[in-house]
Design a protein around this ligand. Structure first.
Ligand code: HNI
Length: 152
């Protein structure tokens, strides 16, 4: 189990309090679908995803972006038990959606780098210190590990 310091907890809460879900979500999921196009196959029911613009303006992608961010905020609210908080989600992704677990690593990259460097840094300015970035990366690593749990 991960033991979070008070400072890490405060950093994560602070990041979520500053995230604009309607803005951060689009940037993250849109990037994942464009940069890692094979992830599009899981979203066949979402309709047209043939280029960056189609993805950006696809209403089902837009709705899903917010769903995923709310998924992340469940982890933020249960930082001491992300593993159990994500038990059902892990089963859903492995047994129903058959998402290749390697994809979680790509999501990790698209969340950590674009969201950190563009969205969070822009919002937080100089308060986005190396310590804050480290806490954010650790948090996402725990989220990814919890999602992959059903595959172990
Ligand atoms: Ni994911 C559905 C959270 C990574 C493919 N996903 C969800 C839901 C949440 C969620 C929440 C809605 C569940 C429900 O309906 O009860 N997904 C997350 C989180 C991450 C993640 C927090 C990683 C940080 N999902 C991924 C990845 C893929 C993925 C990497 C595939 C590449 N997810 C899906 C698909 C669905 C989904 C497909 C169903 C979408 C739909 O509405 O049909």
């Amino acid at each position: 189990m991960v033991v979070w310091t008070d400072q890490e907890r405060a950093c994560i809460q602070d990041i979520f309090s500053k995230l604009n879900y309607e803005d951060a979500g689009p940037k993250a999921l849109h990037r994942a679908l464009v940069v890692y196009p094979w992830t599009q196959r899981y979203f066949a029911s979402f309709g047209k995803l043939y280029n960056a613009e189609a993805i950006m303006f696809n209403p089902k992608v837009a709705a899903h972006r917010v769903v995923v961010l709310h998924g992340l905020d469940r982890a933020m609210k249960n930082m001491d038990d992300i593993k159990n908080t994500y038990a059902e989600l892990s089963v859903l992704h492995s047994e129903k959606l058959h998402v290749d677990p390697d994809n979680f690593r790509y999501v990790y990259n698209t969340f950590v780098f674009p969201i950190c460097s563009i969205v969070i840094a822009a919002t937080m300015g100089t308060s986005f210190t190396a310590d804050v970035q480290a806490a954010w990366q650790n948090f996402l690593a725990v989220v990814v590990s919890a999602l992959r749990r059903q595959y172990h």
